[in-house]
Design a protein around this ligand. Sequence first.
Ligand SMILES: *Cc1c(COP(=O)(O)O)cnc(C)c1O
Length: 407
Amino acid sequence: MPQTLTAIDQRPDNRGHYAGFGGRYVPETLMQTLIDLESEYRAVAEDRGFQAELQALFSEYAGRPTPLTRVRRYESSLPGNHRIYLKREDLLHTGAHKLNNSLGQGLLAKRLGKKRIIAETGAGQHGVATATACALLGLECIVYMGAEDMERQKLNVFRMRLMGAKVETVTSGTATLKDATNEAMRDWMANCDDTHYIIGSCVGPHPFPMMVRDFQSVIGIEARRQILEAEGRLPDHLVACVGGGSNSLGLFHPFYDDDTVRFWGVEAEGEGLASGLHAAAVNGGSVGVFHGSMSYVLQNEDGQITPAHSISAGLDYPGIGPEHSFYASTGRAEYVPITDREALDGLQQISRLEGLIPALETAHAMAQVSKMAAELPPEQLILVCFSGRGDKDVFSLQEHISFDGEK
Ligand SMILES: *Cc1c(COP(=O)(O)O)cnc(C)c1O
């Protein structure tokens, strides 16, 4: 069993490449900041004091370890007689896995002596997790958010402000996540001496994809131990939804060397690949540069990033992390698309059968499990990352789901 986050393996290489993906595609002014960040990160990853402090925050503040739940009624509703377990990141403080990363990077920023934190957010979940970590650790917090997203996610804007964060409205471009990302990068370039940028997924220039993966690997380290306790063997399949790719890599990474365990990354297919309205970077994108690294992205023929679409704001990102691109190119993981409609059905199925309302992002993973149940050989052991709870989505769900003829 790996005991530290870095013991698992040492990928990427020293320049942040995952066999050609990744890297640091940033302006010269940020290069030194990234190099310093990497060396400081490599130091704390080996530092027992830092790791102990982080583990204490995980257990005493955030609620780790999260349980592994077997879902028997859901199993019975599907063909194949499979055994299905959910890794319950919905039970983590703030309702999703994102806090693992914000706490890790917040603590790292303190080590770096940086008291000002910036972050970008789309749906507001990463903004809320970062505002939470900053309140706890006594750090100043500025969150960039598109005007369009602020309108759609008023409750999360209010939550961030309650915890003392400043929410900066971004009106450029489409006024959504990719524009907020650009603004945050611009701020960082101007203020990198006293500011740390907490990126919210396994994306961005090296060392972010590696760092976020390591902080989220607590999911897979716990899940591996828990499934061995419960079943006495490793799972046959791991399933997780993929936005930038942090809950999925957090689950997959500690199982990387377990060759019998298959990985399924579930992409948001929106209204269908053919419609062009989707967020499936592997299935419907191509290799390009976005957000400081080389990876699969949604782009037009000129290399301009094209807007993503998904019913779930957390999957509505026009790229995917470089380590996922590497997994896709080597076949270590399979990437499968799930539409908005399938996700809505998946959400209702698990809610009714188990009393667990997933986030819309998570519902994509559940829909994939329902879909693959009939195609797999019987009696497989399946472990799903239940990345977040659905409370944040109930308002927008009312537009799509009605009961007994009610609108
Ligand atoms: C943000 C989010 C995701 C997508 O982000 P990843 O980095 O791909 O994990 C998935 N599920 C939930 C609940 C989220 O909030």
